[in-house]
Design a protein around this ligand. Structure first.
Ligand SMILES: [Zn+2]
Length: 182
């Protein structure tokens, strides 16, 4: 994994957290697992320096069962700058497992979401597996940040960037993560 130590993470966008809670519930009874991406707080109306978590990316090929989720690290795009991870504990325990602690050194914020996946059913941890604070921020995310891309949207975006839509593979399932084409 190529994760970098970023400037301070201020918090997570409310919509992004909601997305992760919903996805965890949908994945139940299996674990949900994704990587977190952040954007500079200056992009939003926040009078603070740092970064805001705005995206959850599910890596294709991620295998999960009720007790673990495994990301295929060779499927992580080289240019993905993740600030940490999010995963669910279908048993509801909001504590990192020993295995979790073994992976938390990559990135500096790790969210665990537990069943029943409500607004209080999550906690954030640092790279040592110790609890850390993570504000939920009411920031306005651009519409295209979210995950229901159609092929037309993607083609339009590629054209807007002056790229040839023909170069993207129509059934590249990485697109399920939503933001790889940025
Ligand atoms: Zn875990």
């Amino acid at each position: 994994m190529r994760l970098f130590r970023a400037s301070e993470i201020l918090g997570i966008a409310r919509d992004t957290l909601q997305f992760a809670l919903d996805a965890s519930e949908e994945t139940h009874p299996n674990e949900y697992m994704g990587l977190l991406r952040a954007e500079d707080a200056r992009k939003f109306d926040l009078d603070r320096n740092g970064q805001v978590i705005t995206d959850v990316l599910v890596i294709p090929g991620t295998k999960s069962d009720p007790r673990s989720a495994t990301v295929k690290s060779n499927m992580i795009p080289n240019d993905l700058k993740a600030v940490g991870s999010v995963h669910s504990h279908p048993n509801g325990v909001l504590q990192p497992s020993d295995a979790d602690r073994g992976t938390f050194h990559k990135g500096n914020v790790h969210i665990i979401i537990g069943s029943p996946y409500g607004w209080r059913d999550w906690k954030a941890f640092d790279s040592n597996g110790d609890p850390r604070s993570l504000d939920v921020l009411d920031v306005e995310l651009p519409e295209e940040q979210f995950f229901d891309f159609t092929q037309d949207d993607i083609d339009a975006e590629l054209r807007a960037e002056g790229r040839d839509p023909g170069r993207s593979q129509p059934d590249d399932d990485r697109r399920d993560g939503g933001t790889f084409e940025q």
